[in-house]
Design a protein around this ligand. Structure first.
Ligand code: AHN
Ligand code: ZN
Length: 328
């Protein structure tokens, strides 16, 4: 008990010191975007062109900033996509108070695929985008919203393609796809100002009788052309076995973006999920050699489709497809 408490305090300390800089991760840029030749032929193919189109489709609404029309329209779109592909869908609505006092009309959208299956896995991503491009090198743009092709759009794009595959391919476990809202309306100096949708979902079951999945996999910023996935600190701490399984699968498929290095600790949606008792990992692109700790266009007006690359989406999407859609 004492040791667990100590670990928790350590983790919390690490989180508060590194979360927003991401500078603690040991990723080096030499390994960025190595060759993506697959060494094995997957049984079921993840369609990266389709995933890319799903990212584009979200961006076509404009920035998905809470309390805007684009945000409400995109929520309806995400709900209809999950429904169209056969999931039992719940839209969890909540009015969440941001650090600056703004009430955010938020929508967590969850699709339960093959609900009869008892053993289940949660796949999740945040779908909202940041209201301020406050890491833009041009200071006059700091009050403009972020398009969030990568930060917001990419993880959802991969999961929408997973949803499309789930319509016709029975998975080896039940799959819950969760699109979380209001992740990115945060203050860099207040740790719990982020992931408001995740905080709400962790404390309020979206429906009566919902049974917790065995574990979760969060996707965050998985679409940049130079994406590198090292092993995020909290993921290894809470769900090391899942990290190893996912990384081994990716590497077996030949995706060298998944590197065997310890990354920094990131305060992200998965922390809330872990704290509610579902072990959850974060597949997140962290960079040691960038000033923010993330991809170069993070929280800038440059987070657009231009730098989204199909091979990054494929590395993540095919890994999930091989893990959950191929017969074991
Ligand atoms: C912080 O910046 C504290 N955490 C990163 C979580 C995040 C922001 N993911 C996407 N945008
Ligand atoms: Zn962000």
């Amino acid at each position: 008990m004492l040791i667990r408490k100590y670990l928790y305090i350590m983790a919390t300390l690490l989180a508060s010191t590194m979360s927003c800089s991401g500078s603690a991760n040991k990723a080096s840029s030499e390994q960025t975007a190595a060759s993506e030749s697959t060494t094995v032929t997957p049984g079921i193919k993840f369609n990266a062109d389709s995933a890319y189109a799903f990212v584009q489709r979200q961006c076509d609404f404009g920035p998905r900033v809470p309390n805007t029309q684009a945000h409400r329209d995109c929520a309806l779109y995400l709900e209809s996509e999950l429904r169209r592909n056969g999931a039992d869908v719940t839209v969890q609505k909540a009015s969440l108070k941001a650090f600056d006092g703004t009430m955010l009309q938020s929508f967590n959208i969850i699709g339960e695929f093959y609900p009869e299956k008892k053993e289940r896995v949660l796949l999740l991503a945040h779908w909202d985008t940041r209201p301020w491009a406050d890491r833009d090198e041009d200071e006059s743009k700091h009050k403009e919203p972020v398009m969030g092709a990568n930060d917001g759009g990419s993880g959802v794009g991969v999961l929408l393609e997973m949803a499309r595959l789930l319509r016709t391919n029975e998975p080896n476990v039940g799959i819950d796809i969760l699109f979380l809202d209001s992740e990115d309306w945060g203050s860099y100096s207040v740790d719990d100002s982020w992931a408001l949708g995740a905080q709400y979902w962790a404390n309020n079951p979206h429906r009566e009788g919902y049974v917790k999945p065995r574990y979760g996999i969060l996707l965050d910023m998985v679409g940049d052309i130079d994406a590198v996935f090292s092993k995020e600190y909290f993921s290894s701490r809470y769900a090391g076995g899942i990290v190893d399984k996912v990384w081994a699968t990716a590497q077996h498929l030949g995706y060298s973006r998944f590197v065997n290095r310890e990354g920094g600790a990131i305060t992200d949606d998965h922390l809330q999920i872990n704290q509610m008792g579902i072990p959850c990992i974060d597949i997140i692109d962290m960079r040691e050699n960038s000033s923010t700790g993330f991809f170069p266009m993070w929280h800038t007006t440059g987070d657009t489709m231009e730098r989204i690359d199909r091979t990054s989406l494929e590395a993540v999407g095919q890994t999930l497809t091989t893990l959950f859609l191929e017969k074991k």
